[in-house]
Ligand binder design. Sequence first.
Ligand SMILES: Cc1cc2nc3c(=O)[nH]c(=O)nc-3n(C[C@H](O)[C@H](O)[C@H](O)COP(=O)(O)OP(=O)(O)OC[C@H]3O[C@@H](n4cnc5c(N)ncnc54)[C@H](O)[C@@H]3O)c2cc1C
Length: 291
Amino acid sequence: MRDFVLERPRSISEALEILKNQGEKAILKSGGTDVIVWLHKSLKEPDYLVDLTGIDQLRGIVMNDDNVEIRALVTLNQVIEDNAMNRYFPALVQACKAHSDPLIRNRATVVGNICAAVPSGDMIAPLMCYDAKVEIVGSRGTREVPVSDFITGPKKTSLRQEEIVTGIRIAIPFVETSGCYLKATRREALDIAQAAVCCTLHKGDSREFRIAFCAVSPRPLRAVEAEKLLNSSSVIDDSIIENAARLAADAVNPITDVRASREYRIDMIGELTKRAISICLRGPAEEGGPR
Ligand SMILES: Cc1cc2nc3c(=O)[nH]c(=O)nc-3n(C[C@H](O)[C@H](O)[C@H](O)COP(=O)(O)OP(=O)(O)OC[C@H]3O[C@@H](n4cnc5c(N)ncnc54)[C@H](O)[C@@H]3O)c2cc1C
């Protein structure tokens, strides 16, 4: 591992100043569960490591009347333990539980997961289903980007060199909701997804399903055709679920790698989609009761 200077800013403005001065020589760190591995393997060789964990403004899950803000230093375990997150966003909580193991979840952040932008990132699909917005601050001010636009390719985001993600904003549902995240892995814990499906259901005046995937496309992907079929069907029976699962499998474009073949991944997307739709239809009342 190459030597670097460890910077520990105490405020967002201090962190931005370091980024402005050091440019591409600096890399940000939140939980460090990706960054420290990259440094050890010399996959990244920054001159400056900017550790954000001393910035109190980046802590906390903040609810207001309409939105929840998951700030940048919120760990997966904090999401799992939060009552409001369990009530309104059960699919995100399940994705956090499906990530790694309890020790890593104590460090890893939701924001770090989307900034790493790997196609197998467990937070991406639920944040797509919940239509989350990424809050960004830079020397030119603040901006907000949907998760779908934030991740532009494998390990690529639309974040500029001098910017920091301060949090993720999600609108609180005003209707009864259910949701789940189903992840296929080679073993029970500490494994990256071979494929995963997130499904959410908002049960308002009209029913709204959303389905998104993990590890089967270079960019975040929603199952638009499957969603249309489910949302336009007055009754959802087994044949509609079968057809929606087929449409979902048709939508993905996975690669073959050490974890699974392309064919296996496509099959798993069909199977997991079927199960996820059924789980959402049954939707336990305690998961996502109305506001
Ligand atoms: C043993 C192990 C198991 C793992 N299992 C899983 C798994 O099951 N599923 C999964 O999805 N991932 C897994 N990971 C990967 C990793 O834990 C996650 O991607 C994690 O959520 C990253 O969060 P972090 O806070 O640790 O990010 P960091 O390592 O701190 O940063 C990750 C990236 O985000 C950038 N970044 C961090 N914070 C900000 C910010 N506020 N603004 C802008 N950029 C920022 C960093 O510069 C870096 O590019 C695993 C890692 C390990 C070591």
